[in-house]
Each structure stands twice: as structure tokens, then as C-alpha cells.
Write a protein that binds this ligand. Structure first.
Ligand code: NDP
Ligand code: HEM
Length: 481
């Protein structure tokens, strides 16, 4: 086989790739070392900023198969025909660690899913938990600062983790999940995914329903204890995903939704847009709608897993958001992060490029026209124009107007105390005796490092969820003391 000729970036052949040009046998270098300088300069620019959260991740391509038509609920083209298949890309991640941090830590796992539909990319950027730590996006940077490394020592600081949670009782439900057995999944294949937020769908009659997405693992939930996790190789979860797909053992999830009408939402005893709460299954049963399978590893980690830019603002006709404040904040945060982390034309990269025609009048910018079908060539770049060839909007696909509270007032409404404890308690009471003790021991491990004030605030929270919850954590703390 003829080997390809090594070239410079301008395509010209390189004549030597082992030895630099020097003045004489013993050096120094000369300024005509074009190949050397190009190589060193490009090497200096190999990294892009890592994600500010969820930096460590593993991803794969796959297929979503619709098993029950949702044409009654949505005009989304990928939700119409039973048996219809849509290509997907799914990235798992941990939250707090850097790009090369260990896979097996007690942390939430990201579950970011992209559907490449014929009407654009639809992203559900969720986690392996159905709820979240906060219900107001204003607290997100503070929350993340408390969970990431200590600014002085550059080490994780459990005292900071608990200090944030102690002052934000709204976190208790998610903290209970995190400290339970599900806090360290055995692999990315053995966890459920949740859209977590209340999202929406709308149909051809302009009727909207509120929806929660659930992705139930077909491999079964499996977890590791802290001791088992400590014995794992640092990147073993990534290895597990790559190997299982390479071996043809394709992981899959059963896709389910919960559906709530606008009328039900107005009457429901729980604020359906509160991200710290689930919709109990007995009130809103799960409806199975499809299967998700991962069946192809990435060819190039950087080009795909690193440069993929998921965003909750990537919606398609027939899908929408909800008034959930955290979701609304995320509609801004992700696209902004992508312009900084990858660049203004990140959607032209192959992993982000929609699998349908893209016609807009946004032009130019760094790296415009990166080989994708978005280079508008000689077309006029404003609308309307005399040639009449500018793209036109499609008002028939518009979402129905979003209902607000009937007497909505503009203001800063304090909902810090809107029942932070019932569902944390419900979850605690689901656990058997041994699981309750493991939960308490996991909490005590970190909480014992926090100040007495923080410990007292946390114990008061556990008490409100369930007196037995407090008793067990107190006992576990005493054991450590
Ligand atoms: P159900 O008894 O109908 O559902 C209980 C749910 O708890 C199941 O989905 C189960 O998941 C899940 N679960 C079991 N162990 C854990 C764990 N360690 N961490 C997180 N989830 C776990 O009860 P409700 O719907 O009334 O909910 C009761 C509590 O269950 C909630 O307060 C919430 O904490 C939790 N939960 C509820 C979900 C919902 O959408 N309603 C979703 C996930 C959790 P699985 O079926 O996979 O075993
Ligand atoms: C990643 C912000 C809440 C799940 C990110 C990123 C940012 C961010 C800036 C990096 C994006 C990138 O560089 O590509 C926020 C803010 C939040 C919030 C401001 C709240 C106000 C949430 C919630 C969830 C979530 C509630 C899940 C329910 C994820 C996931 C990723 C991520 C899975 C990784 C996506 C990927 O794999 O590329 N978040 N986030 N985030 N976030 Fe959030």
C-alpha cells in the first residue's frame, strides 16, 4: 500500500520529520524551521476550555426507536410513527471533576441526549436523578463553587459541600439520592436517565401537555459502595462503555414519559415546575414510548465527545420548555458556554450539525463554513431581499402561548420554604434498613468534617424529612467521633 506523504498544513510535502534544521551539527536552530514551528504552535493550541461543569465524560452514538406514536400530543416529526428510528448521541458525565478526573466518585451523572431529527436537533440535557439541588438558577454558581475544589488547597472540601446544603434545604431531596446507593453507579450502562425538568409537547390543535422524560436502564440499576469505587481504575466507566459497544453488547434504555395537562397543573398539590420535586408515579403513571440503544463508539473523542454542544434550548417543533426557573436559566447558560468553549460557529461541526437543511442569515465569525452545509455562498445575507430567496419563517409550527399564573406580578418571590422535606422523606422511607444505614454512613463521612453549626442545620433538615433519618445520621456521626 502506498503510504500517504506527510505534509505541512498548506499541503506541501515535508522532507524531514525527525530532525530539525540547525546551523551546524551542534545547533542552534534557524528561523526557516517552518515544519517545527507549525508543529509546536499547533500543539500549544490543542486544548479548548473544558466544560465548567460535567468536564469528564464518555459518549456514544445510537438509535431511538419510537414504540408508541405520540401524534396525539406532539407534531414533532420523530414522535409520529411506531417503529420510526432517529439517530441519537448520548454523553454521560460526572459533574464536579475536571476532564481527566476519576469516573468512580460519589457524584451526579450527566445524561445528555441529542435526537438528530428531520426538523432539527432536540436535546434533553438531564441527569441520572429526577430532581436537582436548587430551584433558582441564581444559586447555580454558588452551588458549583461549593462542590468543586477549595480555592486555597485545590482539593475537594466536604465541609463546603455540606455548608451549601445546610443553608439551602431545597437540596435535601437530591442530597438523599446522592448519598444513597445510587450515588456511585456501577457503570454508565447501569443507571437511569431523567430529563428532570418539566418539559412540554404540543399537538396540531395547539394543545400543550407538560411532560417528564424517564430513561430506564435495561441493564438493571447497579451501584458500587465507596470501598468498591475506591478500588476501581480511574477511567473504568469509560472503558466499560467503549468495550461493551465494541463487543456488540449494546446498552439500552426503555423510554417513558409522564404527562400532565395544563388543567391538572393548575390544580395539582405540588408545583409541577419545581425541579426539586418528582411527580409521584401513582398520580402520573409512566407511559412507555420507545427504546434507546447505544451501538456505535465515537471515532474521535475530541471531535465528538469534547466538541458536542448540548443545550436545553435546542428544541424542535412540537416540543417546548416550561416555566421552571432553573430550566429558563439554562436556556441562556448553555449556548453562551458554547460560544466561549467551542466558538460561535460550533453548530457547524459535524457532531453538532443538524441532519436537515439549515437556512439562516447568521454569517461569518471565526471558522465560518467548516465544511458543513451552512455556508450560504453568494446568497444575499438580509431578509426580505430583492431576489426573494431569503428563508421565510414557519408560523404554522408555532408553540401555543405559555400560560402564566392569572395574576402574575413581577418580583422576587421567596420559595425557599416550599416543602423541602416530604419527598426526601418519601425516598428515605422507600429504603430498607440496611440501605438507610448506608445512607447515614455516607452522609456522616462528609458531614463529620463540617462545623458544628452546619451539622446542627443538617440534622434539623433530616429530622423534618423523617425523625428516623436524623437518628441514623446522628448515630453514624457518633460512631465516627
Ligand atoms: P414509587 O414507589 O412509585 O417510585 C419510587 C422510585 O424510586 C422508583 O422510580 C425507583 O426507581 C426510585 N428509587 C429507588 N431507589 C432510589 C434511589 N436510591 N435514588 C433515587 N431513586 C430511587 O414512588 P413515588 O413516585 O411516589 O416517589 C417516591 C420517591 O421515589 C420520590 O420522592 C423520589 O425520591 C423517588 N423517585 C421518584 C421518581 C418519580 O418520577 N416519581 C423517579 C425516581 C425516584 P426504579 O424504578 O428505577 O427502581
Ligand atoms: C453542562 C450550566 C443545571 C445537566 C453544563 C454546562 C454549563 C451548565 C455551563 C457546560 C456546557 C458546555 O460547556 O457544553 C448549568 C446551569 C444550571 C444547570 C447554569 C442551572 C441554573 C443543570 C441541570 C441538569 C444539568 C438541572 C440536569 C437536569 C447538565 C449536563 C451537562 C451540563 C448533563 C453536560 C452536557 C454534556 O454532556 O455536554 N451545565 N447547568 N445542568 N449540565 Fe448543567
Amino acid at each position: 500500500m502506498t503510504k500517504p506523504v506527510y505534509t505541512l498544513q498548506n499541503g506541501a510535502p515535508v522532507t524531514q520529520d525527525e530532525i530539525s534544521t540547525t546551523a551546524g551539527r551542534r545547533g542552534p536552530l534557524t528561523f526557516d524551521n517552518i515544519h517545527l514551528f507549525e508543529k509546536l504552535a499547533h500543539f500549544n493550541r490543542e486544548r479548548i476550555p473544558e466544560r465548567v461543569v460535567h468536564a469528564r465524560g464518555s459518549a456514544a452514538h445510537g438509535t431511538f426507536t419510537l414504540t408508541q406514536s405520540l401524534s396525539d400530543l406532539s407534531i414533532a416529526d420523530f414522535l409520529q410513527q411506531e417503529g420510526q428510528q432517529t439517530q441519537v448521541f448520548l454523553r454521560f458525565s460526572t459533574v464536579a471533576g475536571g476532564q481527566d478526573s476519576a469516573d468512580y466518585v460519589r457524584d451526579v451523572r450527566g445524561f445528555a441526549l441529542r435526537f438528530y431529527t428531520q426538523q432539527g436537533n432536540y436535546d434533553i440535557v438531564g441527569n441520572n436523578t429526577p430532581v436537582f439541588f436548587i430551584r433558582d438558577p441564581l444559586k447555580f454558581p454558588d452551588f458549583i463553587h461549593s462542590q468543586k475544589k477549595d480555592p486555597r488547597t485545590n482539593l475537594p472540601n466536604p465541609a463546603h459541600h455540606f455548608e451549601f446544603w445546610a443553608h439551602h434545604p431545597q437540596s435535601l431531596h437530591q442530597v438523599t439520592i446522592l448519598m444513597s446507593d445510587r450515588g456511585i453507579p456501577k457503570s454508565y450502562r447501569h443507571l437511569n436517565g431523567y430529563g428532570s425538568h418539566t418539559l412540554s409537547l404540543y399537538n396540531a390543535k395547539g394543545e400543550r401537555v407538560w411532560v417528564k422524560w424517564h430513561f430506564k436502564t435495561n441493564q438493571g440499576i447497579a451501584n458500587l459502595s465507596g470501598e468498591e469505587a475506591a478500588r476501581q481504575a480511574p477511567f473504568a466507566a469509560q472503558q466499560d462503555l467503549v468495550s461493551s459497544i465494541d463487543n456488540g453488547d449494546f446498552p439500552s434504555w426503555t423510554v417513558k414519559i409522564q404527562v400532565m395537562s395544563e388543567a391538572e397543573a393548575r390544580q395539582y398539590r405540588i408545583n409541577p415546575f419545581d425541579l426539586t420535586k418528582v411527580w409521584p408515579h401513582q398520580d402520573f403513571p409512566l407511559r412507555t414510548i420507545g427504546t434507546l440503544e447505544l451501538n456505535r463508539n465515537v471515532d474521535n473523542y475530541f471531535a465528538e465527545t469534547e466538541q458536542v454542544t448540548f443545550s436545553p434550548s435546542n428544541l424542535v417543533p412540537g416540543t417546548g420548555v416550561s416555566p421552571d426557573k432553573v430550566l429558563q436559566g439554562r436556556l441562556f447558560a448553555y449556548a453562551d458556554a458554547h460560544r466561549y468553549r467551542v466558538g460561535t460557529n460550533h453548530n457547524q461541526l459535524p457532531v453538532n450539525s443538524p441532519r436537515c437543511p439549515v437556512n439562516h442569515l447568521q454569517r461569518d465569525g471565526a471558522m465560518a463554513g467548516m465544511g458543513c452545509p451552512v455556508h450560504q455562498g453568494a446568497g444575499v445575507n438580509f431578509s426580505p431581499n430583492h431576489r426573494g430567496d431569503a428563508p421565510v419563517a414557519a408560523p404554522a409550527l408555532a408553540e401555543p402561548p405559555m400560560p402564566l399564573e392569572s395574576d402574575a406580578w413581577l418580583g422576587q418571590f421567596d420559595d425557599q420554604d416550599s416543602d423541602n422535606f416530604s419527598q426526601a422523606g418519601d425516598l428515605f422511607r422507600l429504603f430498607d434498613d440496611a440501605h438507610k444505614n448506608r445512607l447515614a454512613a455516607n452522609i456522616a463521612g462528609g458531614l463529620s468534617q463540617a462545623s458544628p453549626d452546619v451539622q446542627a442545620l443538617m440534622l434539623a433538615q433530616f429530622e423534618k424529612a423523617d425523625p428516623d433519618y436524623r437518628a441514623r445520621v446522628e448515630a453514624a456521626l457518633a460512631k465516627l467521633a
